[in-house]
Design a protein around this ligand. Structure first.
Ligand code: HEC
Ligand code: HEC
Ligand code: HEC
Ligand code: HEC
Ligand code: HEC
Length: 166
């Protein structure tokens, strides 16, 4: 039986689109770390000095956002020796962000023992903070949610669209 030309055309286009997407996925590299207002290093502070992540991102266990530290958090160690005035709040360039239509909550993940590195990579080893190697696709979130679903969660609580799109 002859395959209608329109079907061939459509499949051809689909195959090209899939090949194109695979190319993009294979070629994915996180962008290089952005220039920050101050050259902050997690490798020094969270690595060498072994400061707990929560020392600076103190809201990570209690709310949806981890939060970015203000200058008071740095002052104990840096202000006495600062050689130039430091503004109260620096505008850090963000590297880890979801599109606005996807909802995320840190506290529930920390309470469920999901390590920071699972999503952010080895931040404590980064001299300059960069985006995670694993892009935050919907599948990245869903794969773990499917695996971690428990009867106690109720039918589909973690996989239902409204969990992340509210
Ligand atoms: C399950 C994945 C996951 C885990 C585990 C996780 N994060 Fe995040 N983190 C995210 C996502 C997603 C965002 C972006 C949220 C957004 O844009 O709405 C984010 C954003 C951030 C930000 C930017 C500021 C903010 O509040 O949005 C910081 C800082 C941060 N995380 C620190 C941490 C630290 C510290 C830990 C461990 C104590 C941690 N994260 C654990 C996924 C995770
Ligand atoms: C517990 C003390 C402590 C705190 C808190 C702290 N720092 Fe540091 N910081 C240090 C030490 C120690 C060094 C290493 C000094 C050196 O190598 O000369 C350092 C180095 C730095 C450097 C130089 C980095 C480089 O690559 O040479 C910058 C910039 C910096 N800190 C910014 C910050 C900022 C911003 C904060 C707050 C978010 C902060 N620090 C909080 C102790 C601290
Ligand atoms: C001394 C304070 C300090 C400590 C300790 C610290 N951070 Fe940070 N963190 C910062 C500052 C300042 C920034 C913004 C500058 C930058 O991106 O390097 C930041 C940025 C981040 C970001 C990027 C958020 C975004 O959207 O751009 C992540 C993720 C993060 N921290 C995770 C962690 C994790 C995980 C730990 C523990 C292993 C940790 N931090 C420990 C001060 C700290
Ligand atoms: C490594 C595992 C893992 C990854 C990756 C992960 N999550 Fe979760 N997430 C969980 C677990 C476990 C829970 C349930 C905690 C509980 O209530 O017991 C959860 C709960 C949630 C909740 C609360 C659901 C509710 O209704 O209570 C939201 C929202 C959420 N995750 C969004 C995300 C998003 C968005 C991503 C991707 C950026 C993500 N998660 C990645 C493990 C993960
Ligand atoms: C565990 C969290 C989670 C669940 C559950 C989830 N999504 Fe998503 N979804 C995301 C995240 C995160 C993104 C953003 C991904 C990105 O930026 O690449 C996204 C993106 C999307 C997009 C935009 C796709 C695009 O290419 O831009 C659509 C449409 C969507 N989701 C629909 C759904 C539907 C329908 C369901 C239910 C069947 C669902 N999602 C369940 C986390 C989730």
């Amino acid at each position: 039986m002859a395959v209608p030309a329109r079907t061939i055309a459509r499949f051809g286009v689909a195959a090209l689109a899939v090949a194109g997407m695979a190319g993009v996925t294979l070629a994915f590299r996180p962008p290089p770390p952005p220039e920050q207002p101050v050259p902050f290093s997690h490798a020094i502070h969270a690595g060498e000095l072994a400061l707990d992540c929560r020392f600076c991102h103190w809201a990570v266990e209690t709310g949806p956002h981890a939060g970015m530290p203000d200058m008071e958090t740095c002052a104990g160690c840096h202000w006495p020796v600062a050689t130039r005035p430091v503004p109260e709040r620096l505008s850090w360039v963000r590297v880890a962000r979801l599109p606005g239509f996807a909802y995320f909550n840190h506290a529930v993940h920390i309470a469920a023992d999901v390590a920071c590195a699972t999503c952010h990579g080895e931040v404590a080893a980064m001299t300059r903070t960069r985006a995670p190697d694993q892009p935050w696709t919907m599948l990245f979130c869903l794969e773990c949610h499917r695996a971690r679903q428990e009867p106690a969660h109720g039918t589909g609580r973690l996989t239902n669209c409204y969990a992340c799109h509210r």
